[in-house]
Design a protein around this ligand. Sequence first.
Ligand SMILES: CC(C)(COP(=O)(O)OP(=O)(O)OC[C@H]1O[C@@H](n2cnc3c(N)ncnc32)[C@H](O)[C@@H]1OP(=O)(O)O)[C@@H](O)C(=O)NCCC(=O)NCCS
Length: 215
Amino acid sequence: MCRPTADERFAFIETARLIIRRFAASDDAPFFAYRSDPRVSRYKGWKPESIGEVEEFIDRMSRLHPNMPGTWFQLAVCRKDSGELIGDCGLRFPDGDDSQVEIGYTVAPAHQGHGYATESVTAVLDYLFGSLGKRRAYGSVEPANTRSIALLERIGMRRQAHFRDSVPPDGEWGDDVIYAILDEEWNRNGRSVVHHGQQPGFGGSRTIRTLHRPV
Ligand SMILES: CC(C)(COP(=O)(O)OP(=O)(O)OC[C@H]1O[C@@H](n2cnc3c(N)ncnc32)[C@H](O)[C@@H]1OP(=O)(O)O)[C@@H](O)C(=O)NCCC(=O)NCCS
């Protein structure tokens, strides 16, 4: 089996309101602030305890690229108008399986309720199916995480499984539900698979561009 090609030239994805880019060292303080907020960290596997832990995380990301097997690659989600870091989107590229990708996402509590998660995850799925040629994308969610489930259903993912006591104890065992979508379902729903284009959505048209750095 061929090893997938790491997207070393990836620079950023642009949507109507967002820039979704690689993390930078200067993201440490805002990233730590919302990721250590209990309203966020209660749903996340990784809960940074110190700014130093976040700095190490960002440093590790600077050595990775999207589509490297056996890694999580984290994207920074920023508002285009202010440049502010408002969230992130994680992509897990499983080792030995070039066709699937797991996604995770977070929006800082102060920026929730404006459709930023919908907009960023939609653009990231366009990138995964359109640019990287993935076959299936999925997310694993706690059944009680209703906002996350609403997001996945809003973007057209289907519930495919409910696993009992599948999340190791952090106090007690937890369930997770799996939501997924295939490339053909995504494309059938009218999403763009090109790097640059206009498409309807979220009360207006939006532009998605995936930009690459020169080699
Ligand atoms: C999961 C999470 C990202 C969802 O965030 P969210 O703000 O609810 O989702 P969106 O950004 O897509 O916003 C949707 C809301 O904005 C509203 N909205 C306003 N403008 C909108 C627009 N232009 N487009 C879409 N929705 C819009 C929607 O009506 C919806 O409101 P509602 O919640 O009252 O129904 C967020 O709750 C979070 O970060 N949670 C903590 C971390 C977490 O659980 N991550 C997932 C682990 S699996």
